[in-house]
Design a binder for this molecule. Structure first.
Ligand code: NAP
Length: 382
């Protein structure tokens, strides 16, 4: 009974959310006298029942030896509010626990989110089901002032940081401990060696890297096996197709794309008239300038076309597309809304044939991109 009520609440929220987006995008276009533009597509996926119930036990994917749900939950924007105003803990705990009910076992955070507040939230939300989930967190910044400082991965500093992470996460082990950004003053072998010690002590179970080059992945992996590399990857941000993703495949490392729905853009959250205030996190992103958004609307149009073909939503297509690239890719879309998490899990129902993937790729490669990373940047630590 409770489940049915919850389902109907979610379905209603989902419908009203899509209708609101329809309204905003259409009114913006009409207001601008653009009704005849080729970019005007009614989001008619709203008329269908696209948010179905999914198995609470979806087939797992692997990050090295670590088994996780094929889609995780990015918890960055919750308490600290990176893409939205900070959300109240009482509203976010149900999102995280609701994700567990939907079959998500993989939760992503970092000590720098907040700093600290998102780890605290994740720790509190997952404490009752700690043994059923995989918690990933990241170190690498000097946060001693309470603000994000420079990079610091000196061994003693990492060990101290991990003590704080364990407390905030209310756990005795971090399932997947990532280096968030490489410290240019500390060889990656020293970082890997430190994590190796933490693994021996049982404080970390697996090692991950974020935004590093193929050469750094190899050096780190030689010292301590790497389970996952996490970096930005989506239909719009494809630089890491230059060797990074293949290096992971070759070494048996999982690849965790962040930004797979392109910070909401591929979830049809914005339109070509969307503008961001200077203090917004979006304002500093080169592919969210007015020019870039306008250009990338063509990618969104392509995604909407596939959404119609596959009886899906754009966010589901964006996620299914990254997952279809390699079996060891596990996206971690960030959301503050349980109905979006449910929608995102719907990506698991979408499969592409080899010829569909080829057709999709050919269409994508014809489309211009603005403000994205060039392929050469994949070979350099970020
Ligand atoms: N390693 C790194 O350096 C790094 C960097 C950035 C992020 N991350 C991690 O990766 C996670 C994901 O990355 P991200 O948050 O930057 O990018 P993302 O997942 O591409 O985008 C998140 C945004 O997409 C929206 N969204 C999610 N599902 C949607 C749907 N179905 N329909 C419409 N909009 C939807 C969310 O808004 P709503 O809240 O409205 O759903 C949110 O604003 C983060 O939470 C964080 O854990 C890691």
């Amino acid at each position: 009974m409770e489940n049915n009520t919850e389902k109907s609440k979610l379905d209603n929220k989902r419908k009203s959310s899509v209708n609101r987006r329809d309204f905003i995008s259409k009114s913006a276009l009409l207001g601008a006298g653009m009704a005849a533009s080729p970019l005007v597509f009614a989001n008619n996926y709203s008329s269908k029942e696209l948010v179905k119930n999914h198995s609470p036990n979806p087939e797992k994917r692997k990050l090295g030896a670590l088994e996780v749900s094929p889609i995780g939950l990015g918890c960055m924007s919750m308490k600290s509010g990176s893409y939205n105003p900070p959300r109240d803990k009482k509203d976010m705990i149900p999102v995280i626990r609701g994700a567990v009910d939907l079959g998500v076992t993989f939760f992503d955070t970092a000590e720098v989110y907040g700093p600290f507040t998102d780890e605290e939230l994740v720790g509190e939300a997952l404490a009752p089901m700690r043994d059923k989930v995989v918690i990933a967190s990241k170190f690498g910044f000097d946060l001693t002032s309470g603000q994000r400082g420079g990079r610091n991965s000196k061994p003693e500093f990492i060990k101290q940081a991990v003590e704080g992470m364990l407390k905030r996460l209310r756990t005795d082990r971090i399932d997947l401990l990532y280096l968030h950004r490489l410290d240019p003053n500390v060889p990656v072998e020293d970082v890997a060696g430190t994590v190796k010690d933490l693994i021996k002590e049982g404080k970390a179970l697996h090692f991950g890297l974020s935004e590093v080059s193929p050469a750094t992945i190899r050096r780190a992996h030689a010292e301590q096996s790497v389970a996952a590399v996490q970096s930005e990857y989506s239909m719009i941000q494809r630089a890491l197709e230059n060797q990074v993703i293949d290096t992971c495949g070759e070494l048996g490392i999982g690849f965790v794309p962040w930004g797979a729905v392109n910070r909401g853009f591929l979830g049809d959250k914005f339109n070509e008239y969307s503008r961001f205030s200077e203090d917004s996190r979006f304002a500093a992103v080169p592919y969210f300038t007015p020019e870039a958004i306008k250009v990338h609307m063509e990618v969104l149009v392509l995604v909407r076309e596939w959404a119609r073909k596959k009886d899906a939503t754009p966010a589901q297509i964006a996620l299914a597309w990254v997952m279809a690239q390699k079996p060891y890719i596990i996206p971690i879309p960030g959301t503050t809304k349980l109905h979006h998490m449910k929608e995102n899990m719907g990506a698991l129902d979408i499969k592409f044939t080899v010829s569909e993937l080829k057709e999709f790729r050919e269409a994508l490669e014809k489309l211009p991109l603005v403000g994205v990373r060039g392929p050469e940047t994949a070979l350099v630590d970020q």
